[in-house]
Design a protein around this ligand. Structure first.
Ligand SMILES: O=C(O)CCC(=O)C(=O)O
Length: 245
């Protein structure tokens, strides 16, 4: 077992769980090599990447990236939350790159979003709401405060579970809350740290005013029976989470 009762309690209450130093440096380096070999920026030359904005490198399906999430300990931790054998054991881990705008003023992100909703730029068709079960964001490099950290709104999973008891799933343009969810929490850390997050967790990337590229492998793990249950909003939001009592 990789998770204890405190871990599960934290996930249940706040909708996310951080575990530190769970990936060995060999796997991290292999993933970083694949990413940097496949983008035009030069890892060793900040002039090629400062101010380059944010994008996802199209190598999430490469073995070196998949291995970050779909092997132990991250995959077993995910199963300990959702249930042994309940998740698809194969999938990608897209490297989300937040290039720094060094020296700019930092402001916390004003709002986040739920994934799966159509926006003008994300390629999700109108009228379709994509679904998954559990997000996993793994840092492949150092992410200091204000360094573009993955940011979650703690407790928003509970707000949304109640909201969708009374509202249609497709009634939320862009997945953005029409009300204030309070302050976000910026996940900071080191290569090998992972943040698990409930699929109905408001989140976004923070802005990066530091000196490093924010490199995060992000996966959306899916239950095998997701197509059958994705439109259900049970009163007990943990009905399909065997690890959460
Ligand atoms: O890169 C991040 O930290 C956030 C990514 C995100 O918001 C998303 O993939 O929906």
């Amino acid at each position: 077992m990789f998770l204890n009762d405190e871990d599960k309690k934290h996930f249940k209450e706040f909708g996310y769980l951080i575990k530190r130093g769970v990936i060995d440096s060999e796997r991290i380096e292999a993933a970083l090599d694949v990413i940097w070999e496949n983008i035009e920026e030069d890892r060793n030359d900040p002039e090629t990447w400062v101010g380059k904005g944010y994008r996802v490198a199209p190598v999430g399906g490469e073995d070196a990236l998949k291995r970050i999430v779909y092997s132990d300990p991250v995959f077993s931790m995910a199963e300990e939350l959702v249930g042994k054998g309940k998740l698809h054991s194969d999938g990608g881990a897209g490297p989300h790159l937040g290039f720094p705008n060094s020296g700019a003023d930092w402001n916390p992100p004003k709002q986040g979003h739920l994934d799966g909703y159509h926006t003008l730029s994300n390629g999700v068709p109108k009228g379709v709401v994509g679904s998954f079960t559990l997000g996993a964001t793994v840092y492949l490099d150092e992410v200091p405060p204000q360094g573009g950290g993955f940011t979650v709104w703690p407790g928003s999973h509970i707000v949304w579970a109640e909201y969708f008891q009374y509202h249609d799933i497709d009634s939320l343009p862009g997945g953005v809350a029409p009300f204030d969810l309070g302050e976000g929490f910026e996940f900071t850390g080191s290569a090998g740290d992972v943040c698990f997050w409930h699929h109905q967790m408001t989140h976004t990337a923070g802005s990066n005013v530091g000196h490093n590229v924010r490199v995060a492998a992000i996966s959306r793990l899916r239950r095998k029976d997701l197509n059958d249950i994705k439109d259900e909003f049970p009163e007990d939001m943990w009905q399909y989470w065997e690890g959460i009592g």
